[in-house]
Design a protein around this ligand. Sequence first.
Ligand code: WT7
Length: 658
Amino acid sequence: MSTKKPKSISSHDQDVIHKPSKDFSAKARIPSMAAYRKLYKASIEKPEKFWAKEASELLWQKKWSKVLNWKAPNATWFDGGKLNVCENCVDRHAAGPRKNKAAIIWEGEPGDKRIITYGQLHKEVCRFANVLQKNGVKAKDRVLIYMPMVPEAVIAMLACARIGAVHTVVFGGFASEAIVDRLEDSGAHVVITADGGWRRGKVVPLKPVVDEALVKYQKVSHVIVLNRCGNEVAMTTDRDTWWHDEMVNVSAKHEAKAFDAEHPLFVLYTSGSTGKPKGILHTSGGYLTGVHTTCKYIFDMRDEDIYWCTADVGWITGHSYIVYGPLAMGATQVMYEGAPNFPDFGRFWKMIEEYGVTIFYTAPTAIRAFIKAGDSFPKAQDLSSLRLLGSVGEPINPEAWSWYHQKIGGGKCPIVDTWWQTETGAILISPLPGATPCKAGTATLPFFGIDAAILDDAGNECKAGQDGRLVIRKPWPSMARSIYGDKERYKKTYWSDYPGIYTAGDGARRHKDGNFWIIGRLDDVLNVSGHRLGTAEIESALVSHAAVAEAAVIGRPHEMKGQAVAAFVTLKGSFQESPELRKELIGHVGKVIGAIAKPDDLHFAIGLPKTRSGKIMRRLLKELVCHGTVTGNVTTLEDFTVIEALQKTIQQSVAHHQ
Ligand code: WT7
């Protein structure tokens, strides 16, 4: 990449324009801005033509009769078409020259290694599809997957897809009550899990968490358990079986039947502004087209690449850019089980050198942790195999961008800052690595077929530099089709701000050059270390504790995590504030939701600031936490003494921390 200003890391880096190098552009699928603009224009003028061409790169057992049926907010893509998603990701590679190509190069945290070729992956997936069918799983049945980052997690997902079952993967860091919620909402009756997974040198037990959930939710008839760590787990007769026992008795042959393009593929739960996570429903043909097309143009993935996305399969990034996108492309990828800092902060860089990783996709929060750990770790490794870097989850701050660019990419790799969401299924705004001039902190321009805009409250397009709401004005194939079992909520959440237009929930502005700058969520959703958490979810977890009368949760800026969780709690009459109780309440959130949701600060309050109609004014709490005082409009506040008292509490806690 050529840079117009000196390469020091400074706050001016956000103004530096980084153009892709001639060498990179020359080999890229989209080699120039002119090529981007031309295809973008055509894709927006005739989106159906663009998407149909992309979809035809997949294997269809029956071709569609209509590309798009659109009556907002209901879209069906590729109606009449039939395909098998798993066949696209596995069989078609296993049946050709990619048969002996590595699909997954896996490393366990303790250092154990496995390489699985497309040919082997095919056999394993067929076997597991047979296991599922033997256990009575049919098309459209929901299967809950709660696993560590092991190849079997991918195999389980693909096997579900193969038989038309709908997987719902729950991130291994979630607690048992989160599993109960997701079982209840999805109605799954089969669970796939492991005894545990390795994380920071320790076994994180998983099966015991499932057992705890199944005491509350008793409709699960079968639990299949992978033996990963050998930690002791209880097996319930007639309900629980071992993965390895199931796999020995089944055939490695399995026919991939075709399903409708709109057949449900998976439900993935994500946080919204209510206490209950929403089950985002994705379907088959459109979703696969979206992830395949973005892998092709944005990661410019090639057969000779070694691609590595460090996300967990429990998040949408893992679904789209570990499982479905790269495998549909026939790519070779690295998959890693454990923590980035185990045994030290050199782990990722050692693995990049060892496997010759060429494309690396990670999150800004991880980059900030690496910066803090020091340059000596990446310096000790040869990272010259890298040719392209990616970022996802939150805006990448200029310092992190520059460090990533220089210390990891050696100043030569383009960085694709990819904006998207669980609901969008695939990346919607991102640079194209061989074309787009990049600036730290902007996800730059919309992808082909994506009609992104920024609107004001009245629905007018904002002027350059003006803040507004990020929207998408045309349907796209990988868009969510519904919130599982709740079409009304889907309509209300995403499609009711402006008629026929998708509202992302993010604030953004567009600069004169057309680049999109994402400012952050406009709703009560936090982004902690790139993970999405609903304030209402954490509040309801706090209120479920016997001592808590009321709770309010807000996000505050945090150097490492992007946002930290700050909670305010009022206690029931008979309970006393104490450091022990604070600790207990924080731990309680960990037990109810999972460690990622634990408040960083927890303030006891005599009351919470409310409007006269009783609505908690989180805006004031945010001001208090961020600035120590409240200067904004307080005319609707019911009782100002509450704010005065809170102000004291916060000042004391700041003094205490200093
Ligand atoms: C929210 C979606 C997309 C996979 C990971 C998160 C924020 C995501 C970016 C980016 C600025 C970003 C947005 C979005 N976000 N990527 N490149 N720049 N913000 O998926 O959990 O569904 O969260 O993450 O706020 O709405 P998710």
